[in-house]
Ligand binder design. Sequence first.
Ligand code: AMP
Ligand code: MG
Length: 401
Amino acid sequence: MMIDSEEALRIILENRIDFGTEPVPLSDAIGRILAEDLLADRPLPPFDRVCMDGIAIPHDSFANGQRHFEVEKIGAAGQPQQTLNDSSKCIEVMTGAVLPKGTDTVIRYEDLKPKDEGFEVMIQAKPKANIHFQGEDLAKGGLLIPKGQRIKAIDINLLASVGKDEVEVKRLPKVAVISSGDELVEVNEVPEAHQIRRSNVHMILARLKELGIRGQDFHITDDREDIAATFERISADFDVLMMSGGVSKGAFDFIPAVLDELGFIKLFHGVQQRPGKPIWTGRKGNAMVFAFPGNPVSTLACFHQYVMPWLNACMGHDTEHRMKVQLRNEVLFKPDLTYFAQAKISFNEEGTCEAEVIHGHGSGDLKNPSSMDGFIVLPRGKETYSAGEVYDFIPFYPLFP
Ligand code: AMP
Ligand code: MG
């Protein structure tokens, strides 16, 4: 009895592997998964910060009716805290300066008129205006970014501000991407009439690259000995082996049998889904194998349904690989399989994300997915999927940070 795609995903997630952590320089941290909770080493902001250019005054003087303030001195960013000695005067302050002692209100130049040796206040000044108070955003020791988050450019700002010139991140897995099949030739070769270029591996390598992972490229022929020899040679060097082709029911689909002989423990072979039904997955110690059927759309579906969430789980990365969307057009699908239907997404007038299914010409059609955004996941146990119903959607490209 073949398992369904939700059960398969559950098994995959149970088989998460911890790749460990490593320090990287701040300049290489973008896109990596943070492996430590990032804490504030000082309050944020670290002092009462003036946040407009203008003057700082004691609000009491203003409340008592004073409107003209003579400038006692200047308080610029980068100067230690100044003190206003005469409470009937003001200190001319710049954005980023420490709020001077003896003042509690900042008035912008836009609300002042220069007069005599100082300024006339032209507005009804509010106490505590234009000050970003110490610790207002976060207290010292507070949590800035929890571990497990993918580091985005804005996070680099936080990392830098708390002095992290080196950041502890999750180690990336070493991935081998292996094509199989005697019909395959290199990208730079001109195929004979019966041959095709081994395009899938490059799609997987590119998708991995989008996740910051540099995969290594291999090829095996449809020869049992070659498959076994290649696996024996390389499997110890990688955390993950991703293959495309050679797992279906064809006479030359030797991969499951060879992996079994080499001691890989099968997790499952075959899932009630289309495309990607013949997928084989297995594990030997801390090495994981994902063997996808070779058709490009099958490879694409299996990669996104299983590998993406598995990688996130392995790295403790707290994110979703799918989101809910509304089906835009009715789909009829009779087989008792979960249908990963190719779809284009858009937002309707109400702001709802809709997915329009455009089937393409089956799992060998590599042109159709190029104009699609991802798969809408139509669960088995139904034949008619009506417009307006809500289903999971898995994007083909990075949509979730
Ligand atoms: P298989 O899963 O080996 O039965 O292959 C299914 C189909 O996918 C066949 O038409 C293969 O020629 C094709 N195929 C297999 N590997 C690749 C690849 N790396 N790139 C493009 N097409 C492939
Ligand atoms: Mg093949």
